[in-house]
Design a protein around this ligand. Structure first.
Ligand SMILES: C[S@@+](CC[C@H](N)C(=O)[O-])C[C@H]1O[C@@H](n2cnc3c(N)ncnc32)[C@H](O)[C@@H]1O
Length: 203
């Protein structure tokens, strides 16, 4: 596939839509830390008085994220903090755990969450997000999100299992009650198979 041109690039759109609701001092969550680009974005929005929780099941991903955030001057905590104390201090909290266990680490409602699905670029493609655990983590995210906050999910269909996961995520978002949620689905309409974005805002 040719490289997507700026209009159709999805991750910057996810950031744009989260930036609109994030303020300095807020709490935000990255459900898939990966190489740390989204975690760094969240940190820049909430600033040094804010808190970012970033989870990943791969140690290598958290190391990448830690060095990216330290280079940017962020205070970085963990991994290895005890459950429930993660996130009490300002800064970025790295959590080496499955995002299905998100609620164990969150004492306060986050203002924004992001899940950039799929596999870690440049690493083992076998370690990828999975439909069942993704849906569990997203259901928790919907429950925990602060009113007025947003949940953004970047969905990829190109890897094995990607289409099944996409169907599960589409179903979850389309079933969110319209009386309590505003939901947007953003896709490059003339590029079948390109990543797309789902964003839900809780009223
Ligand atoms: C596409 S990458 C994320 C990209 C990242 N947000 C960035 O800015 O570089 C997906 C990540 O999800 C992680 N992952 C897969 N399944 C997971 C799970 N059940 N819980 C937490 N992280 C998971 C992978 O290890 C991988 O690092």
């Amino acid at each position: 596939m040719t490289r997507l041109r700026p209009l159709a690039r999805i991750v910057p759109r996810a950031h744009q839509l989260l930036r609109e609701v994030l303020r300095p001092g807020d709490l935000a969550v990255d459900l898939t830390a990966g190489n740390g680009h989204d975690t760094l974005f969240l940190y820049r929005c909430v600033g040094p008085r804010g808190r970012v929780l970033a989870l990943d099941i791969q140690e290598a991903a958290l190391q990448q994220t830690a060095s990216r955030l330290r280079e940017a001057g962020a205070p970085v905590w963990g991994p290895g903090e005890p459950e429930n104390t993660a996130g009490e201090r300002a800064g970025v909290h790295l959590i080496h755990d499955d995002h299905t266990r998100l609620e164990r680490y969150l004492a306060d409602p986050p203002r924004a969450l992001i899940a950039n699905l799929g596999y870690l670029p440049g690493s083992d493609r076998a370690v990828t997000t999975q439909p069942a655990s993704t849906v569990t983590a997203l259901n928790q995210s919907c429950r925990l999100l602060a009113p007025g906050g947003r949940l953004a999910v970047v969905v990829y269909v190109g890897h094995p299992g990607g289409r099944k996961e996409a169907e599960a995520v589409d179903a979850l978002f389309s079933e969110l009650p319209a009386a309590r949620w505003d939901v947007l689905r953003l896709v490059a309409a003339n590029r079948p198979g390109s990543p797309y974005l789902l964003v839900g805002q809780k009223r």
